[in-house]
Design a protein around this ligand. Structure first.
Ligand code: ADP
Length: 704
């Protein structure tokens, strides 16, 4: 299986500390993208989920971090006194914090006189005039008063005018406190950055201006330069911007990214039109990044052509690799990595072998191994949970066997409390609760009175639980065994669709009218289908009846509805051709048949699966031939395969799932296209017959 023999993975060498060496099976892609990144070219990674796209990018980030010279930089924002709504964002190189952070003293203008001062000046003026006018004859008084009043008012107006003018000019700096004038540090970049953002998260990608409920004007509001949020495109300046889930990238965001790539800078403005941030826009901010995007194969259609044109490298990641000794060793390396990186228990040799088999199964072929490694990684983690669960319950068994704890019902309500207390401060409270509930389970079953007080029991339990915890975290590490991996396969590895499909099959199997031991029957054949998106096989009973045509030449009707249209169209053409041109090595029991007078009805009995490809062509075709020529079909086999107009059997998908279904329903034989035979993984308990042509099929199928 592997090039080395070992007991558990603990015997194997440690994985490489460099992430790039941990990526397996994607050598070509790694080389290309590494080249792209080194030369600052933009790249697009396409591939199935969980084949290592993010992992690769992370590894590049790690490599870049330690390569070449990099000058740290800081991005700050400053108020714009000329136009408050246009704060200024600057990128400063080197260690600038000390340079910019000392108190920047705003130039405070002289205070303009307030209205109170003006009134006081006027009053003073009047008092002084009154004082000076003492003893002046009344006749001259009127003129002097009039003149002084006019002059006084004039002076007051001039002062007032100057005050208002001055106040407007100076209002801004005067109303902004020194703190509001301070520049703000938006981002410090000490090393070459790798910034990850999801394509749908516009704010995170492009930045935004926060809303200020107080209108955003000092002194009460927050000034605009303090509300700037940088985008990932800016934080990735001089590094890598990794955008995943490209399928979800809005078109306008694509345009912004395109502009950013071209101009190497992009302004930030408020994105929400209802927010006070909407009227704020910064100057263009540098964003000179290498763009790496990733997604599934069919997500590309969402990317606009101009953006696609700017992507220099488009790389497709593999989803399977050859099942060779070298690659099985790589898979073993992957297992060791997962165990180390996730701090799991070691795994036995047999369990590792089982994982390789699983990788085979998930690839759909015995000659391949899947590279959708996230799924394998999840299985390893689940098997680990099962192994550690066993570890705890074994200690528990030992504990109860020793008879040190014998509880009565009064313990139950109190125990909740203790569990709460104990689990506080415990990093793995869930696990602890689990253990305690097991203890409780045993305790409530016990009818024997312990004779101990509840307090004594509490003390005992506390001591015991702390023992269990110690055991759990450090000392014994029970290896993950074959049985643990098998348990995961019995339950948790499947997708939701597959679990639903399994449930359906479990419930409906006994009601399905399928008889693998039935007598040869005219027009009845067992085809195979795949249920749900995730590959679970199912047996479909196909029944064909030929009646005299009510409407001559309408000839072929699928009475089950929408199923297998493709297969039926093909099969009808083929069967008619074969039956009418007499090339079949068969003799009809009723002699020659005039097809123009017949109507053929095809039913996919009790079929709830979606058959949309042409993989039922062979089955449908044979069933029609059987009905037309009145020759019975054997019932001990299932068949899957597509037939072309020359009568050649063509490959189909999901061969292993389909064989699985035939086995499940206890058929003795299953007929598959010859070209699929190399993919067949498990032939246990069933005869798998590869077939190349229709001629080979005839004796296998018909009771002649
Ligand atoms: P993707 O981005 O393609 O969906 P990830 O990079 O997130 O997949 O992979 C998820 C996890 O699966 C990784 O963290 C790693 O543990 C494992 N994995 C996936 N592909 C590989 C690989 N080629 N080599 C090693 N581990 C892998």
């Amino acid at each position: 299986m592997f090039s080395t023999k070992f007991n558990t993975t603990d015997d194997l060498p440690e994985p490489s500390p460099n992430l790039i060496n941990q990526v397996i099976g994607q050598d070509e892609a790694v080389e290309i993208v590494l080249n792209a990144v080194k030369n600052k070219r933009h790249a697009l990674l396409l591939g199935d989920p969980g084949v290592g796209k993010s992992m690769m990018v992370k590894a590049f980030g790690e490599l870049l971090e330690n390569s070449g010279h990099f000058t740290p930089y800081t991005i700050i924002s400053k108020p714009n006194l000329k136009n408050t709504e246009k704060p200024m964002v600057e990128l400063l190189e080197g260690n600038v914090i000390e340079r910019i952070m000392p108190e920047e003293k705003p130039k405070v203008m002289r205070q303009p006189p307030s209205m109170l001062t003006l009134v006081l000046i006027m009053l003073g003026f009047i008092l002084v005039t009154q004082f000076l006018l003492k003893g002046v004859p009344e006749t001259q008084m009127l003129g002097i008063v009039a003149t002084t009043t006019i002059v006084g008012t004039l002076i007051a107006f001039i002062i007032l005018f100057l005050a208002i003018f001055g106040a407007t000019k100076a209002s801004m700096p005067n109303s902004i406190s020194p703190a509001d004038l301070k520049p703000m540090v938006l981002y410090e970049c000490p090393k070459r950055p790798l910034v990850r953002a999801s394509a749908y998260n516009t704010t995170k990608l492009l930045g935004d201006i926060k809303h200020c409920p107080l209108g955003g004007k000092p002194p009460i509001g927050t000034p605009p330069h303090k509300r700037v949020i940088l985008g990932a495109i800016h934080e990735a300046h001089k590094g890598i911007l990794y955008v995943d889930e490209i399928k979800t990238m809005p078109l306008d965001v694509q345009d912004y990214i395109l502009t950013a790539i071209q101009d190497k800078k992009l302004a930030i403005s408020g994105r929400n039109p209802n927010s006070s941030g909407a009227s704020v826009e910064t100057n263009p901010i540098p964003c000179d990044f290498t763009l790496i995007m990733s997604g599934n194969m069919d997500d590309v259609s969402n990317l606009r052509a101009p953006l696609m044109d700017r992507i220099d490298y488009k790389v497709v990641l593999k989803n399977k690799m050859d099942n060779s000794l070298e690659n099985r060793d790589k898979l073993l390396q992957f297992i060791v990595q997962e165990i180390k990186n996730n701090n799991l228990n070691p795994m036995t040799y047999e369990a590792c072998c089982e994982l390789v088999k699983l990788a085979q199964l998930l690839s759909g072929s015995k000659n391949k191994l899947t590279l959708r490694l996230r799924r394998l990684s999840n299985i390893i983690k689940m098997a680990n949970d099962i192994a550690t669960g066993k570890e705890l319950s074994e200690s528990l068994n030992e504990f109860t066997k020793n008879g040190t704890l014998d509880l009565d019902d009064t313990f139950d309500s109190d125990s909740e409390l203790i569990i709460e207390q104990l689990s506080q401060g415990d990093k793995d409270a869930g696990k602890l609760k689990n253990v305690v509930s097991k203890i409780k389970g045993k305790a409530t079953k016990s009818t024997k009175k312990s004779g101990k007080s509840v307090d004594e029991l509490k003390i005992e339990l506390r001591a015991r639980i702390s023992d269990l915890n110690k055991l759990d975290t450090s000392k014994v590490k029970k290896p993950i065994e074959l049985s643990d991996v098998k348990r995961v396969l019995d339950t948790g590895i499947y997708s939701m669709q597959k679990q639903v499909a399994m449930d359906y099959l479990e419930n409906f199997k006994e009601y399905k009218n399928i008889h693998p031991n039935g007598e040869p029957t005219v027009g009845v054949i067992h085809g195979l289908a795949v249920l749900g998106g995730e590959g679970l096989g199912d047996v479909t009973r196909i029944i064909t009846k030929v009646l005299n045509a009510k409407n001559p030449k309408t000839s072929l009707l699928n009475i089950t509805g929408d199923i297998a249209k493709h297969s039926i169209t093909l099969a009808s053409a083929l069967s008619k051709k074969l039956v009418s041109d007499g090339t079949l090595p068969l003799k009809g029991k009723d002699g020659e048949t005039d097809l123009s007078e017949k109507e053929i009805y095809i039913q996919f009995s009790q079929s709830y699966s979606k058959i949309d490809g042409d993989s039922a062509t062979a089955a449908v075709c044979l069933s029609i031939i059987s009905s037309l020529m009145n020759i019975p079909i054997k019932q001990d086999f299932c068949i899957t395969g597509s037939l072309d107009l020359n009568g050649d059997m063509l490959a189909i998908g999901g061969v292993n799932e389909k064989i699985g279904a035939a086995r499940e329903y206890q058929f003795k034989r299953v007929i598959v296209p010859f070209s699929n035979y190399k993919d067949v993984i498990n032939v246990e308990g069933i005869e798998v017959i590869p077939v190349k042509t229709l001629d080979e099929l005839i004796p296998l199928v018909f009771e002649i």
